[in-house]
Design a protein around this ligand. Sequence first.
Ligand code: 13P
Length: 253
Amino acid sequence: MRKKIVAGNWKMNLDYNEGLGVFSEIINMVKDEATGTQEAVICSPFIHIHSLVQLAKGYKVAVGAQNAHQAESGAYTGETSAKMIKSVGAAYVIIGHSERRQYFGESNELLAKKTDTVLKNDLRPIFCIGETLQEREANAHFDVIKTQLVEGVFHLDAAQFAKLVLAYEPVWAIGTGVTATSAQAQEIHAFIRKEIAAKYNQEVADSTTILYGGSCNPKNAAELFGCADIDGGLIGGASLKSRDFVDIVKAFN
Ligand code: 13P
């Protein structure tokens, strides 16, 4: 069956020393405390990744990046390639976070290319989808999510798709303190799984990990993760505090 994953997205927070400090606390807590989560991941800024991977050796916490360029290499000043991310030992890359879509104009078409490049370099994409408040109020959320799936990841064959983690992050719930209710989240997760079954087959759908993200915290995680189609979380603000993050990791217990 599908893997239960809790991934932290530090975004552009924590300088190098602060990041190493928080990560050290996390790996020590995860070592000492039983969790029902099968994989805890921290997606840090690029500058932390190499050191976090070294610290994580022998512990059950993986490391990921938050973005990668779609090209293999070349004259793209300021960018970082999937191959570079792989070379320092990361396992995951967040692709298509709503902040990248909104502030950096990343389209579904571009994100499809990024997904291909990340997979080619043997990294697992955590592919983010989700509607804005305006889209939900216009009752367009199912269509928006379906389009993001079709244009972003449904070009993959079943073997490639199996390496993907999906994250449903309603934009109106990110950093706002407004969480989707577990019923709202479950409704969308079930819809996503149904679309995967229609595109591939039921077995692929049943083995795809689908995370929920958006104001997830130690208080609401257990209820969200208790839903049939929610397989973990993508955690922003609460992943910056080791105790909060590990309590979310433990919410499956
Ligand atoms: P918050 O948990 O801070 O709402 O952020 C969610 C998120 O964007 C994770 O990628």
